[in-house]
Design a protein around this ligand. Sequence first.
Ligand SMILES: *Cc1c(COP(=O)(O)O)cnc(C)c1O
Length: 402
Amino acid sequence: MKLEDIQAIESKHLIQTYARQPVLFVRGNGSKLYDDRGRQYTDFLSGIGVNVLGYNHPLIRRVFQEQNDLLHVSNLFYNAYQGPLAARLAEVSGFDRAFFCNSGTEANEAAFKLARALNFKRGNKTKTKIVAFENSFHGRTFGSLSATGTKKYREPFEPLVPGFIFARQELEEINSKIDDETAAVIVEPIQGEGGINPFPADLLQALRKRCDETGALLIFDEVQCGLGRTGKVFVFQHYNVKPDVLTLAKPLGLGVPLGVVLVRDEVATGLAAGEHGTTFGGGPLACRLSLDFLSMLIDGDLLAQVQSVGDYFKSKLELIRSNNPEIIKDVRGQGLMLGIELSFPGKPLVGAMLERSFVINCTHEVVLRFLPPYIISREEIDSMLRELEGALQHEYNTRQTD
Ligand SMILES: *Cc1c(COP(=O)(O)O)cnc(C)c1O
């Protein structure tokens, strides 16, 4: 089927939750995507931070072939990969235990439920509050949405889950909003959907200190920024701060849905058999893919590559900014999680770049976001940026004459 046929069907039969770009991707290879007409695009989005090894990678092809005789086993039985993946994650993260699920929002739900249940079991029945930060994004289910600080995502669905409050990224707010009734605090060390905003390092330390003082669990949501994207396996490794709970998802299963929450032993006692669960989470295909991905990430030179290519990419963006200060207000991010804040809405640039055969994204209205696969090359970055500078100047000039 062609794009036009698919569009006609979807417009009639899908609930219209997405305003899609008019492109039908049918296959990929390396960092390239191909549409139904055979046109090639270079991918700077990786399916929103998921396809970090690109497409058609030998590791993915092999695991799909080797695991095609057992895709799903319920969690009522053992499978050969969930335990070993938990052990490997424990080894690299320093946490002890994992609960697997299918997505980022579910990983955060598990973290919230764990924080509430842990205090319930300790007899702290009023220690139920969960503090999140303004401009955050933690997912679309009711619990995670209740921790998401963006009005347009929340408003149509109110009332949300009680007990969630928001703090600004300020020391005063951290110390006043987190108190003895706080069960948990959730933070993205680098906000993704909120526009690639790194949480200030000194405030992360203050956050750790305040959580220690009050006995609140500190949850890091590394669903988008974790698993190698910033040049280290986990973002907390860049700081001198360790959370009590870590949530991961997007790239964890290399495109097969997989999320996880990681905790230390004493936190894990919050949940007993039968108190939380999932039909699909931690299945053999996803866990096997993830296990091989982690080995590749840790044993190979991928992290060093993300770091050096990311530094190169960011320095080039800063150069373009200095040549176009009226267009680009800020360059932010680390490794291959980068964003540029424009002085005007960024959405038209996504379409303009697609016409030039590059997949990029716009978030928070004015931020162009780059989450390329970890295998992206300097040459691909150079050719994307040549087109981007032209497209930005064209858009800027059009807006001046309007
Ligand atoms: C994408 C994202 C989520 C939600 O993940 P889903 O898999 O879409 O549920 C949660 N937190 C952060 C930081 C994210 O970027």
